[in-house]
Design a protein around this ligand. Structure first.
Ligand SMILES: [Zn+2]
Length: 199
């Protein structure tokens, strides 16, 4: 239907998350209309990010060079580690300005159905890190989903067996700020109730 180079572009674009065939087609036509300069800038940005950005050898966050900016920052508390699923979660937590420790990025969550086992994530690396360094608390900030919860339990269990005195915490699940109780679903309200704290 299309010339092979156009079909190839549509095929590649449709591999992007959230991009279906129709959107891939629309993006391809947008790029065909775009100036040589704009299309080239996009291609160069993709190439550059793949060449220059890798994973931090300590925490597996995205890094330009061997370690990420957070691991390289000596003001960050090395005894406090926040465990997240993806590098984008680091950005979300950094935006709160509430966390002054370091991170550990797992690279996903445990999901036996999808074939994601502990060996596929940076879990062994976390255990090594906690055993080797002076760590006093690990905050598990995996997503409040079935896979995120399973991952949190697996990690908490492994940490407790290796370092029984270590504080292992989980992000509180709560109510969205600015919302009424009557609009919260039972699961969220139930979690907010069980995670209540003194005021
Ligand atoms: Zn790092």
């Amino acid at each position: 239907m299309y010339a092979p180079p156009v079909q190839r572009l549509i095929t590649e674009l449709s591999k992007l998350p959230g991009v279906g065939g129709r959107t891939a087609q629309r993006l391809a036509f947008y790029l065909l209309r775009a100036s040589e300069e704009d299309a080239g800038a996009l291609a160069d940005a993709i190439r550059e990010v793949k060449e220059r950005i890798g994973l931090c050898e300590v925490c597996f966050n995205l890094a330009e060079g061997p370690t990420c900016r957070i691991c390289a920052d000596e003001r960050r508390d090395p005894e406090l580690i926040c465990v997240v699923e993806e590098p984008s979660d680091v950005i979300s937590i950094e935006r709160t300005h509430e966390f002054a420790g370091r991170y550990h990025v797992l690279g996903g969550a445990l999901s036996p159905i999808d074939g994601v086992d502990p060996d596929d994530l940076k879990i062994a690396e976390l255990f090594l890190r906690v055993e080797a360094d002076q760590v006093r608390e690990v905050v598990i900030a995996t997503n409040p989903t079935t896979t995120g919860e399973a991952t949190a339990l697996h990690i908490a269990d492994g940490l407790r067996r290796r370092r029984p005195e270590l504080a292992v915490t989980r992000l509180a699940s709560g109510l969205p700020v600015g919302a009424d109780l009557e609009y919260a679903d039972e699961l969220t309200l139930g979690r907010a109730l069980s995670g209540r704290r003194a005021v």
